[in-house]
Structure formats: C-alpha cells, structure tokens
Design a protein around this ligand. Structure first.
Ligand code: FE2
Ligand code: FE2
Length: 270
C-alpha cells in the first residue's frame, strides 16, 4: 500500500487567511501529491466562525474537510449546514444531541478511508464539554488503523499547551497525527512521538501575522489596557501566511513517517 500524504492548515483568520488557502492549497496538492487536506475554519468569516459559502470555496480549491473549532457556532446559517455537510466537523465532545458531528470517515479514490477526529479542549474553555480524552477513546473504538482506516488525523483545538501535549501522548501509536489548533502561533515542536504518531502543539494560523493573533491590534490593545471589551475585533488585512503541516503516513501501518511544518508568504513566511 502506498504512503498517504496529509496536509493540515491552521486556523484561517479572515480574508488574508482565506486567500492564503485558496492560493496555496491547489499547488501544494499537486506538488506534494497530497491525498487529503484538512483546514481549520475557526475564524474564516470576518474572524468569527465559518459560513457554508466559505466551506464551498475551500472544497473547490482542494480541501477535503473543514474543522469548525470553538467558533463554529458564530454564524447562525452554519448550524443547519452542519447536519447536511459531513465535510464540516464541529468538535466531537459536544453533547450527542448537538447538531453536526466531530468524527468522520472519508474515502480516498483507491477505496481506503481517512478518519478525522475534531476535539475541543476543556482547560480555559467555557463550553463545559465532555472530556476530550474519554471522547477520543470512544470514537477510536470505531477506527483502528490498518483495518477499516488507512490514516487517522486528530485536530485538537485547545488553549492549553499541556492539554494538547497530553492528547498527543494519550493517542501515540493509535492515530497517524495529533495536530493542535486555536492559539494561532505555530510551535517549534513538530515531531514523531515514540510510538509513531506525528505531533505538533499548534500549527499556527493562516492569516496576517502583523497583528494580534490575526486581528488588528486596536481592539485587543484597548481590551488588554482597559480590561473592558468595547470594540469588535477586525481581522488584519495585510498579506496572509499559510501555516500548515505536511504529514506522510505509512500506508501499511497508518503511523507517521514524517511531519514537516510549512510557513508560506506574509511576515513569517520562510
Ligand atoms: Fe478557536
Ligand atoms: Fe482560532
């Protein structure tokens, strides 16, 4: 069985982030012969959530699955879409009766399947969700690598570095990759864990880094200096960076062979 190449793009913030995805994903898909592309759409719609229209724009440029993050509820029109569109995931550890789902299996052209599991952390999050560790354990009883699925990608959307790191160790050897999202700054710890799972605490954001985590500085500075939220945050509009991570997976075992962070264009592009 041939290896599988996965690309995960970090939180898209506003137009700058969307343009980076639309510019780079089609080319990367060809150049690296990518099998599967997942994008975190957390902040794609003017900084807050995602819309069905933006999802379609991503699917058309070669994205297979969009993960919604904690902002997935921000755009009301997206709620019914979550039940209609299996390629848009919300975090899986919301209650079972919540619209949509956070775990999906997607066929490749050769018949093999890729599983994507999207989780939201509990530390510093206000949603009071089910434990992401127990949720992952339960979800993975339905997906074992080398049997039904060729690769499993986990997007752990969380504030705390420790919680993301713990999830990587918890799932080491059972999934192809655990990639972190939500904090918008790429971490320099991409590696393969001892039992073969690729891991990075945060992939970073797709957006303009000449900002405060993708937003014009004025509103966050006013908030931090006065401790009052008075201004709506606006996505920064300079050239966006694509922050993504490329993972090569052994087609026989589902374990990772390599993990390579990519930073393209904008102020931190390499
Ligand atoms: Fe988030
Ligand atoms: Fe985000």
């Amino acid at each position: 069985m041939s290896d599988i190449k996965l690309l995960f793009c970090g939180d898209v913030v506003g137009r700058a982030g969307r343009e980076a995805v639309v510019k780079h994903v089609p080319r990367l898909r060809k150049e690296h012969a990518l099998d599967f592309v997942v994008v975190s759409g957390d902040n794609a719609a003017r900084g807050f959530g995602i819309t069905p229209e933006i999802c379609r724009e991503f699917y058309e440029c070669g994205v297979d699955v969009v993960t919604g993050g904690d902002h997935v509820w921000d755009q009301k029109e997206t709620h019914p879409y979550l039940d209609r569109e299996p390629r848009l995931l919300r975090p899986h550890n919301f209650p079972e009766k919540t619209v949509g789902k956070g775990f999906g299996m997607y066929p490749l052209p050769d018949g093999r399947k890729i599983a994507v599991l999207h989780l939201l952390g509990q530390v510093f999050h206000k949603e009071y969700l089910d434990c992401p560790f127990a949720c992952a354990e339960k979800a993975l009883t339905h997906a074992r690598m080398g049997h039904q699925v060729a690769a499993i990608l986990v997007d752990m959307h969380a504030e705390a570095t420790s919680e993301k790191c713990a999830m990587g160790v918890f799932l080491d050897g059972r999934v192809s990759a655990v990639v972190g999202s939500h904090t918008h700054i790429p971490t320099a710890d991409a590696r393969i864990l001892p039992k073969g799972t690729a891991y990075q605490t945060d992939v970073g954001m797709c957006g303009d880094y000449n900002s405060v985590i993708g937003f014009d500085a004025e509103a966050p500075l006013l908030m931090f200096t006065t401790k009052v939220r008075k201004m709506r945050m606006q996505p920064a509009a300079g050239e966006g960076t694509l922050a993504a991570t490329l993972i090569t997976v052994n087609g026989e075992t589902g374990l990772a062979r390599s993990i390579t962070p990519l930073l393209l264009d904008g102020v931190i592009g390499q």
